[in-house]
Design a protein around this ligand. Structure first.
Ligand SMILES: C[S@@+](CC[C@H](N)C(=O)[O-])C[C@H]1O[C@@H](n2cnc3c(N)ncnc32)[C@H](O)[C@@H]1O
Length: 179
């Protein structure tokens, strides 16, 4: 059993926990089954969570009373979040155990990431788990990597975690840190 080289979501949680020092406000861009949201809710004072599937929104239990659920696309993040944020967590793709046809899309994911960068505080982090084993995931990978490659290095640091001895479609984790 691997510890570090296991689950990209878990890896993102550890990076967020360790490297974000001010944990005031976080955004879960893809609520789904709520695992990332629980993590963010336990570590940040306030969380906004986006999800296009109403059933997933209705299912989420806000244990710490600090999560605002938004049944809208994360592409509209700037319409709902009007303050600076320390973290945005994207877990792209489709809902495990749900309808595989309802998936994040390259165009709206990228639109959301661009808006998130503007809302991010200095030393804030955006984590993006990309599942590239399906067609849309492959598009997201290309689109997001091409965009992130060209971010000004004076302002942003971008790092990718990828298993190089597994299938080329194994999940990938991108971390963007704002200076
Ligand atoms: C891989 S799942 C998320 C897993 C989740 N973070 C968890 O901890 O269980 C991706 C989710 O994104 C949702 N989604 C798809 N497009 C979206 C969009 N434009 N805005 C917000 N959520 C979206 C899907 O409905 C799905 O539930």
């Amino acid at each position: 059993m691997f510890k570090y080289v296991s689950d990209v979501s878990l890896l993102s949680h550890n990076i967020i926990k360790e490297y974000i020092t001010t944990k005031d406000i976080a955004v879960d861009a893809t609520l789904g089954n709520g695992y990332d949201c629980d993590f963010l809710s336990n570590n940040f004072k306030k969380v906004y969570a986006f999800e296009i599937q109403k059933s997933a929104c209705d299912k989420y239990v806000d244990k710490n009373n600090n999560v605002t659920i938004i049944n809208e696309s994360h592409a509209k993040i700037d319409s709902f979040v009007k303050e600076q944020i320390n973290c945005v967590c994207y877990n792209l793709g489709y809902l495990p155990g749900g309808d595989k046809n309802i998936t994040t899309l390259a165009k709206s994911s990228l639109e959301s990431i661009k808006k998130s960068l503007d809302l991010l505080t200095s030393n804030g982090i955006i984590s993006i788990a990309i599942y590239r084993g399906h067609n849309e995931g492959k598009d997201e990978e290309n689109c997001i990597i091409n965009f992130a490659k060209n971010l000004p290095k004076s302002k942003y640091g971008v790092m990718i975690h990828e298993c190089i001895n597994r299938s080329s479609t194994s999940p990938l984790l991108m971390i963007i840190e704002k200076k």
